[in-house]
Design a protein around this ligand. Structure first.
Ligand code: NDP
Length: 474
């Protein structure tokens, strides 16, 4: 049975988007020579003009971060640093509704997700790492672990504020200062975070935010004045960064793409598995590096499972990100939409069968209906390449050994899911899957205390948990 829902729009009034934004350097907003526009991907309406940092701006920001590191933040006792981090965490909570609305407007993700997932996790990360700041000598990295210095951090557009939190919170807790570049299409919540740093009276230069495109990111990671590069984004750019950092004494962590297997055995609770499959690939429009984009189903249950999955997909509401009933929002950019279309077309051309529920997409903005491909072969591009959209590829297997073989048959290794009634089978599988995170009878669960990161082309280094401190300590 399907229900009609009346619109339930969240009000935009809580956010005050300025016509233009500068760069946040040394505790102040400053102008840049060039600017670019950021748009609302659900309407294509221009939201603001944003400063584009060039090499000189990167220089100034790195110099400010170095000064703050040498004179204030590096020498400050951990217990004092913790107070600032707790203050930032509380301000994020206080402003969480505003930040959630802003994130949904700039990114296109449903308000239900930005409000109930992104923002609570952002605050939780700052609270969690605030708690570590005065306990570093007990974290298992020696009696007196030292910070690295200035961290250059580059983040993507899929979880703009959450990726900022993953990077900034552990760096600051360990005594580093940061220069962070948000993605070109989603700069607004990072700029709101800059305001929060000022509101928390964080000493100038400890956090610097440089908006811009790939060139700004390149100038930052290549700058000789930084000690550490932390990057989340595509494997291709990750490779370029690894090459540019090679031979320097910069430390590097890379969190790159994925093509995760979500594996359903014949003894799994199928209705529950369907919820996990939907969450795994349609959460955040599938713009998730650990998305369960390859569904591996045991052959004997594939027909029953697909019937249930299609029935469930038909209930997904696609549309206005600010409507509280929306399940799938807008694709973040025209470029990403073109990539999803191209890969989906290749799926059909290579012989897989495409299905989407009937759904009316808005005329303006960037949209893609939830899509499932059956009859997928391991050699198809849609089984190998990261689509980063609401597109699921279904493959089958007969034995657990075959499931492991197929799941690991990818250059990536970020995450995996297992659905089965047997605890022993979960452990047997988890031991054999080459994936940084393995979820059992659930998917896409995140916690600041739990480390996250990949094998192989999904990158190296861990973010989150005690492990996440290691990337920011000498
Ligand atoms: P990118 O890797 O290009 O972008 C990630 C960040 O790096 C952005 O801030 C980007 O800036 C910046 N950047 C781009 N080029 C350079 C460079 N040479 N040096 C330093 N920084 C740079 O990802 P895209 O946005 O282009 O997405 C492409 C594909 O990558 C997606 O379709 C998806 O498959 C994958 N991806 C994976 C993510 C993950 O979490 N694993 C996240 C995002 C994308 P700018 O925004 O201005 O380009």
């Amino acid at each position: 049975m399907s229900f009609e829902y009346a619109p339930a729009p969240e009000s935009r009034d809580i956010v005050d988007i300025k016509p233009s934004y500068g760069l946040f350097v040394d505790g102040e907003f400053v102008e840049a020579k060039n600017t670019f526009k950021t748009i609302d991907p659900a309407t294509e309406e221009t939201l603001a003009e944003v400063a584009e940092a060039d090499a000189d701006d990167v220089d100034r920001a790195v110099a400010a971060a170095r000064r703050a590191y040498d004179t204030v933040w590096g020498p400050m006792p951990g217990a004092e640093r913790a107070k600032y981090l707790f203050r930032i965490a509380r301000l994020i909570q206080e402003r969480s509704r505003e930040l959630a609305v802003l994130e949904s407007i700039d990114n296109g993700k449903p308000i239900r997700e930005s409000r109930d997932v992104d923002l609570p996790l952002v605050a939780a990360h700052f609270f969690y790492y605030a708690g570590w700041a005065d306990k570093l000598p007990y974290a298992g990295f020696g009696p007196d672990p030292r910070p690295l210095g200035v961290a250059g951090q580059v983040i993507p557009w899929n979880f703009p504020l959450l990726m900022l939190a993953w990077k900034v919170a552990p760096a600051l807790a360990c005594g580093n200062t940061v220069v962070l570049k948000p993605a070109e299409t989603t700069p607004l919540t990072a700029l709101a975070f800059a305001e929060i740093c000022a509101q928390a009276e964080l000493p100038p230069g400890v956090v610097n935010i440089l908006t811009g495109a790939g060139e700004t990111g390149r100038a930052l990671v290549e700058h000789p004045g930084i000690d550490k590069v932390a990057f989340t984004g595509s494997t291709e750019v990750g490779r370029q960064i690894a090459r540019s950092v090679a031979g320097t004494d910069k430390r590097l962590t890379l969190e790159l793409g994925g093509k995760a297997a979500n594996i359903v055995f014949d003894d799994a609770p199928l209705d529950q598995a369907v919820e996990g499959i939907v969450n795994g690939i349609f959460f955040n429009q599938g713009h998730v590096c650990c998305a369960g984009s390859r569904l591996l189903v045991q052959e004997s249950v594939v027909d029953g499972l697909l019937d249930r999955l299609k029935a469930r997909m038909a209930t997904l509401r696609v549309g206005d990100p600010l409507d509280k009933n929306t399940d799938v929002g807008a694709i973040n950019s025209a470029a990403q939409l073109a990539k999803i279309r191209e890969l989906s077309d290749s799926g059909e051309a290579e012989g897989a069968t495409r299905w989407s529920p009937p759904c009316e997409l808005p005329e303006r903005g960037f949209w893609f209906a939830p899509t499932v491909f059956t009859g997928v072969a391991a050699s198809h591009r849609i089984a190998r390449e990261e689509i980063f959209g609401p597109v699921l590829s279904v493959l089958t297997f007969r034995t657990p050994a075959e499931a492991v073989e197929k799941a690991n048959n990818t250059p990536y290794g970020l995450s995996a899911g297992i659905w089965t009634d047997k605890g022993s089978r979960i452990l047997w599988m988890a031991e054999r899957l080459r994936a940084g995170v393995v979820w059992a009878n659930t998917f896409n669960k995140f916690d600041p205390a739990s480390p996250f990161g990949g094998y192989k082309e999904s990158g190296f280094g861990r973010e989150g948990g005690r492990h996440g401190l290691e990337a920011y300590l000498r």
